[in-house]
Design a protein around this ligand. Sequence first.
Ligand code: PLP
Length: 356
Amino acid sequence: MAWTVLHDERSTMRQQFASDNNAGICPAALARFIEANDAGHAAGYGEDRWTRQARERIAALFEADCDVFFVFNGTAANALALAQLCRPYNALIGHAFSHVETDEAGAPEFFTGGAKLMTAGTPLAKLTPEAVESLATRYSGPHHVKPAALSLTQATELGTVYTPVQLRELSAVARRHGLKVHMDGARFANAVARLGCAPADLTRHAGVDVLCFGGVKNGLAVGDCIVFFDRALSDEFLWRIKQAGQLNSKMRLVSAAWLGLLDGGVWLANARHANAMADRLATGLIDVPGVRLIAPVEANAVFAEIAPDLQAALRARDWQFYTFLGATGCRLMCSWDTQASTIDRFLADAAAAARA
Ligand SMILES: *Cc1c(COP(=O)(O)O)cnc(C)c1O
């Protein structure tokens, strides 16, 4: 099959650590995409058997009668889901490092029609019950925004994870203040893989009302999904998706690729692999002089302080990664296809540069 050839070629390809989106589509998803394409004509806008099946399979994954929608990317998933939870005068509570705050060009504010983001900069990119309590009670009365939703990122933007207990504590505070709970799960698979618990334990059993379940970083070309556990919240959501230009007319080519991820737990295997590569990278890096980990490695990211001259030496050897925090805080992302040999070459280069 065509993808087998692609996979072989990949072994000689240069891999990088700039983002988990540097990787392409995974073989299982690509195979299902090709199969759906080869099946001939099918109805558009999700009225097809692949989309029906993908929705059922995702609902089964969460052991729930939930509503499932597909959009093109994670920014749309977050912004549109949040628009279901917030009116224009509402506020959304999130972390200062959250993607909704820092990386979506104001899409959540735009699609909610003006809701304000209220953030806390708590350690390791994880909100605490105290921080949420403090933001939820900061204002009252009509002169201020009214908090309506809590947004949690799982795994977080610092590659850490919330445990089920932590999620339940956070959502309890949210409930007490009448907030709905949104989860940005662009790397939800990596969190499930690390924690080894059921997807339901990190979502609906932990008080999450709506999950943006990322497929792209896990091995798709396009297409993240939105899962409403509280089905009352998805009322007229399809109109919101359509108005935002996010209703894919050839939906089956996205949902079929999702089936490729879901078949035999490929999504979890991809995430486990990416996490294991991050572990391998972190284990090697801590032995390199001039390097210190900033956060525990709990997903597929390594955050490390790397001395500026060592960063420069690595970039001179064609390695790509981001300096995220100040001049020394670097982010190294591993993907579903990151090879152990890539990690080992990077570590060898780092060790050599540190000795030079
Ligand atoms: C990648 C990512 C998204 C989605 O980004 P898109 O580029 O819009 O697909 C959302 N949240 C987090 C935490 C991410 O890392």
